[in-house]
Design a protein around this ligand. Structure first.
Ligand SMILES: [Zn+2]
Ligand SMILES: [Zn+2]
Length: 171
């Protein structure tokens, strides 16, 4: 769904969409669970050179890989967003782009407007923690034997310390 500049010039556009899994490309590491819902408004800001504001909320459930134990890790997103898009600066221009504080939600668009799918994808990816975990207290994999310490507690940790000392003694 493209919010086209020529339409936004006349009036704001409201949206209320459900995206089935796969309609928004979340990348190879994430799977969307169930439909992703988003609703809100796109408007062209007056007295700007084509600045588009996208406001609304998104609800989604995604599944990725736990960064500690490599099992499935799911995350829920239920967030409001307030995003600003400026036309991308011309490639020939060498002017540096300075983002002022408080403008972290500013992005650029090329072409005739802002694509809802792209905006939502970027927002969802930014909303997720850098490293997903299956649960807060996940014990992860044993670095020694590779056992999943949530399900297979092993007794490697003491040996590991011993080996370190042994290595020091050999110096
Ligand atoms: Zn885990
Ligand atoms: Zn172990």
């Amino acid at each position: 769904m493209l919010f086209h500049l020529t339409e936004l010039e006349h009036h704001p556009v409201h949206f209320d969409v459900n995206f089935a899994p796969g309609e928004i490309a979340l990348g190879p590491d994430l799977t969307q669970k169930g439909s992703l819902h988003t609703a809100g408004t796109a408007e062209l800001l007056p007295n700007t050179l084509g600045e588009i504001r996208l406001r609304g909320h998104v609800e989604a459930a995604v599944e990725g890989v736990c960064s500690r134990c490599l099992e499935a890790a799911s995350a829920q997103i239920a967030s409001k967003f307030d995003l600003f898009y400026r036309p991308a600066p011309k490639k020939t221009a060498h002017a540096e782009i300075h983002l002022e504080e408080g403008e972290i939600d500013l992005s650029f668009y090329t072409g005739d407007g802002v694509e809802l799918e792209e905006a939502i994808r970027d927002f969802v990816l930014l909303s997720l923690p850098m490293r997903l975990t299956c649960r807060e207290e996940c014990l992860g994999l044993c670095p020694q034997c590779g056992a999943n310490r949530n399900t297979n507690p092993c007794s490697c940790s003491t040996t590991r310390v011993d080996e370190r000392w042994a290595a020091l003694r050999n110096l």
